[in-house]
Each structure stands twice: as C-alpha cells, then as structure tokens.
Design a binder for this molecule. Structure first.
Ligand SMILES: [Zn+2]
Length: 360
C-alpha cells in the first residue's frame, strides 16, 4: 500500500502542469489524508489494479473551472459544478483565508451572496468585515481533505473572528488561527468569547431568502436559543452540528433555473432548540457513546451531512451524477492565476482543520 501510494503521488505530480504553490497545497492534503483505494500502477510496476479512483483524487487536482454556463450538478454532498467563479481574495468587507487550498470558487450566486453579506455586516451591523473560509473547488466535487459537502458551489464557511481592518499578508492568511466560541466537546459557549455581536452576525446571515441552512456548534445554537426574541422564525435556518465552534457554514438554495441542482429538504418551522439540540449536545459531549440513530431534524434529509459522517466512504466518479464525469474531463484546466495576494511570497500550506473531516 505504501509503495502504491508513493507511486500514486509520483505519477500525479509528474503529470501536473500546476504552479508549484498549488502542487504543494495539494501534496499537503494528500499526505494528511492518504487515499485508501489503489491507483493504477504505472507500466512495469506490477499488475494493473482495477479499483475505482476516488472522485476526490480527481476533483482535488483540477485547478480551474469549466468555461460552460454556471450550474450546480447533483446535491450538496454528492455533486460537482460547472462555470464556477472565484471570490476575490480581498474585497472591501472580506478577506479569503487559507488561499493555498484553492477553495474560493462557487456558483456566481454564492459569490454574490458573500459580497452582499460581508458588505451588510460592515455597513449595517458594525463589523469590519468577514473572513471567508472554504467555498468549493474550481469544479466542485469531493475534496482531498475536509468537508463532506461544499461540492456544488453553494456552501461557504465564515470564521467567527471579525476581519482585521488591515489587509492580511499571505503568510497570515495561512497561519492565523480562528477564534473559538466553544470547545469542540463543550455544551456551552466560552463566556469570555460570546457576545451579542455573534447574534447579529448569524441573524443577518439567516435574513437572506437565498440562505437555506446555517450550521453552528451545538453550544452556539444553545446560546442563541436562550436569547429572548420576538421574531424567532430565522432560527429554523440555524442548525446545530458538531465542529463549527470556530466557523459557521452557510448553505444557499439551488439557484433558479438550475434543474440539475438537487435541493435539500426544508428545515420546516421547528426552531431546532428542542430534541435536535439535545441530540447534538449529547453527541459532542460524549463522543465515545454518541446517541443512537440519526438526529431528529436531519433524519428527514436524504442528503444531510450526517449521512456522510456516519459512513465514511471515498466517493467514486461512478457514484456521482453522470454529468460529473464530463465536468472533470472538460477541456484543459485553466491555470490558476490569482488566489492570493501577489505581493508576498506564498508560505507553506496549512492543513485543513483537524475536526473538519466529516463536517458539512
Ligand atoms: Zn462548511
């Protein structure tokens, strides 16, 4: 297995025309999460192994989008993306973090949402702006490290830390650590870190009709549930999920006119403060004996993040929507030209969050 992996790595990098920086980033991802299925051995190195190549090993190495019209294909946790656009590394109210990962791609509606949300936070909520984490890969699909979802260009992570006033250097974007609002196994937010500015942040995020779901750590959901509010309707969009103690995840609806996009079930009117929150509090605080069965709310969803978390499995291309094979094969990938400020040398890539492997 070790030899196969070595051959795999060598074969991939011999074939890649990628800039050195992106290769380094991808290599780091591969080292963190060795691919557990075999690769085709090069001629002269033993028998050909006819095992499927994980789709993440294909989507994770494509550096540019297709030039076709923008369309999410499939579902949030099993799909791909055509015609993706990149969010600019820096804007008036946002900065992209961990740019070496090349995950600042999305459907144009997601990019537009991020720009509007960040600007609204700056102009209407007293924030300096937002730090943007992972969106999708240039053609979506599963990733070498991290998320089960983020596959069709409609998911984005934001840090809870407000954007610094100054422009962060490339080095800082790779190494700065996000602010924690709760310990990973905590059932309450850290009292010194929680304040009402995060209520304004999450309520604003939920206010856009395009937003379908927001995932936060159960301790943060509990803190929100405890706040007296006259209008609680927005709370149904904010769902508890493990991880998400240093960032939150926003998922937007399938854009109009994209029949190839598979929507997720509506969360309904339940505010998520009852049995669902209790389930997740138990799940994070007793990882050795998590509650049995799926959580009350997400059980309704055929495509919820829990499905992917409960049964770790490296998707193959054959298990994805048929159109995704053409997406991966489409043309020669456009070379990555700008994912980070060009005025500073690129530091070594950072690993994905240790807790991110089964997150939505
Ligand atoms: Zn996420």
């Amino acid at each position: 297995m070790l030899m196969r992996r070595t051959l795999l790595t060598a074969a991939i990098f011999a074939a890649l025309p990628a800039p050195a920086l992106a290769q380094d980033a991808l290599y780091a991802g591969l080292a963190d999460h060795p691919i557990d299925s075999a690769w085709l051995a090069p001629p002269g190195f033993g028998p050909i192994v006819h095992e499927p190549i994980p789709a993440r090993a294909q989507f994770g190495f494509v550096l540019g989008p297709t030039k076709s019209a923008a369309a999410p294909i499939g579902s949030y946790a099993r799909g791909c993306l055509t015609g993706a656009v990149a969010l600019a590394p820096s804007g008036p109210a946002w900065q992209v973090m961990r740019p070496s990962r090349n995950r600042n791609w999305g459907h144009p509606e997601l990019v537009g949402f991020i720009q509007r949300f960040a600007t609204d936070m700056r102009e209407r909520e007293g924030w300096t702006g937002l730090l943007v984490g992972d969106m999708s890969q240039p053609r979506g699909g599963p990733m070498l490290t991290g998320h089960a979802s983020h596959q069709i260009g409609l998911d984005v992570d934001f840090w809870f830390s407000p954007m610094p006033v100054r422009t962060l250097s490339a080095q800082e974007r790779e190494t700065m650590e996000p602010e924690l609002l709760a310990q990973p196994d905590g059932t309450a937010v850290l009292p010194d870190h929680w304040n009402e500015s995060w209520l304004r942040l999450l309520r604003r995020a939920a206010s856009y009709p395009a937003v379908a779901r927001i995932f936060v750590h159960p301790a943060i959901k509990k803190a929100l549930c405890a706040i007296p509010m006259t209008d609680r309707a927005w709370m149904s969009k904010v769902r508890a999920y493990f991880g998400h103690n240093d960032h939150f995840h926003v998922r937007i609806h399938c854009p109009a006119g994209t029949p190839s996009c598979v929507p997720q079930a509506d969360p309904g009117k339940d505010d998520g403060c009852g049995p669902e929150l209790a389930y997740w509090q138990k799940a994070v605080s007793t990882p050795a004996a998590p509650p049995r069965g799926p959580p009350p709310q997400i059980a309704k969803n055929t495509d919820g993040p829990v499905v992917a978390a409960a049964k770790p499995h490296a998707l193959t291309l054959a298990e994805m929507p048929a159109a995704c094979a053409a997406v991966i094969a489409d043309g020669k990938p456009a070379l990555l030209t700008s994912v980070a400020p060009s005025d500073a040398p690129m530091p070594p890539p950072s690993p994905a969050h240790a807790t991110a492997s089964a997150q939505p």
